[in-house]
Design a protein around this ligand. Structure first.
Ligand code: SF4
Length: 360
């Protein structure tokens, strides 16, 4: 990483403002946490491990995560990205992305005799399970999310007859339900916390008995990145968020920065997209990255800024993260069998594979 962090805010001092520098001092405030979340990390490693374990090609339905750089890097290693499961030749391996898929997609894969590895983030799976449970109890489910987003399509597919999409506070004014006494809201995991609460308030105005999800659907990573960018934005003349345009949580970071004091904010896939004119009259630049962005792209942005006089990098970390998810179970089973084969011969490997299959 370029530059030595001169300051790191205390993780317990959430909301504290960083001290102001002298007016002529150029500095970068680097938000933390930023970049890869546990769900993205798991999905990318799943594709890499699958390529090592089974060899290329490995098919991946949709972008494994919404980041061009990650997708291109995996393509070079032998991953083939497809839009629909039916594009995958019979008998091949297909990985489902971190955004999750509807049950109908699992059925399609079964019909096509595909071996599947489900890299859906466990926090997306949690929302799917909530949808199934409330649908079974015959609730109308108001799913707050962005129309057309893969995660919303996957969650809606769990109970299409019970789920209505609510795309923001305006949409909340027009939504209709069967029984106002039996309504619950759920949400996409990567939304703006502030806007979602606005939508919920609008819905509560119409349905006072609206039930809330048992725990937050907006995931820890989305929330933490928004908390950090708010603190940075309060002092920044300019905020640069590294992320792709189709990455919901990255787009939300720019919006959050602009809503919390940043004078300007831009989403860039990498340093090559920064416009020199954005730096005019700027002293403090905030930098963050979406949950699908590898750190190498942030390093590129920091280097680009350092070459133009912004060498002083301070980390602003209002919250720390320790979340990790284990690899998809299908992959863990085969990796265990492979490890057993290497250490104890083919019989032990067959036992390990059989035990894995029995355990599901
Ligand atoms: S952003 Fe949140 S829900 Fe999405 S993959 Fe990362 S941890 Fe999972």
């Amino acid at each position: 990483m370029t530059g030595t962090p001169a300051r790191q805010t205390d993780a317990t001092a959430e909301g504290d403002a960083a001290p102001r520098p002298a007016d002529d001092r150029r500095r970068v405030l680097l938000a933390a946490p930023r970049g890869y979340c546990a769900g993205v990390d798991r999905a990318v490693i799943a594709v890499e491990k699958a390529l090592e374990q089974y060899g290329a090609p490995i098919y991946v339905r949709h972008e494994i995560v919404h980041n061009k750089y990650v997708v291109k890097t995996l393509e070079k290693k032998g991953a083939i990205f497809v839009e629909e499961t039916e594009e995958v030749p019979e008998g091949e391996i297909v990985i489902f992305s971190a955004h999750g898929v509807a049950p109908a997609v699992h059925e399609e894969a079964e019909r096509g005799k595909l071996a599947t590895i489900d890299a859906t983030c466990p926090l997306v799976t949690k929302v799917h399970k909530e949808a199934v449970r409330y649908a079974k109890e015959d609730y109308d489910i108001l799913l707050i999310g962005h129309e057309g987003h893969e995660e919303v399509i996957g969650t809606s597919g769990e109970a299409p007859e019970h789920i209505t999409l609510v795309d923001g506070p305006e949409d909340a004014k027009n939504v209709e339900v069967r029984d106002p006494e039996k309504v619950v809201w759920l949400s996409q995991t990567t939304l703006s916390v502030d806007e979602t609460m606005e939508t919920v308030e609008a819905l509560q105005g119409r349905y006072p008995n609206l039930l809330s999800p048992p725990s937050d659907d907006i995931c820890y990573a989305t929330q933490n990145r928004q908390t950090a960018i708010k603190q940075v934005a309060a002092e920044a003349d300019l905020v640069l968020v590294v992320g792709s345009k189709n990455s919901s949580n990255s787009v939300r970071l720019v919006e959050t920065a602009l809503g919390h004091g940043a004078k300007a904010g831009h989403l860039v896939d990498g340093a090559e997209e920064i416009d020199e004119s954005w730096l005019e009259g700027v002293t403090t630049i905030g930098v963050s990255s979406g949950a699908s962005v590898p750190e190498v792209l942030v390093d590129g942005v920091l280097e680009w800024l350092a070459q133009r006089g912004w060498e002083d990098v301070e980390i602003v970390q209002p919250v720390k993260e320790h979340m990790q998810f284990s690899l998809p179970k299908e992959l863990r089973r085969d990796l265990r069998a492979e490890a057993a084969r290497k250490t104890a011969g083919p019989e032990a490997a067959a036992d390990a594979a059989a035990a894995g299959r029995a355990a599901g």
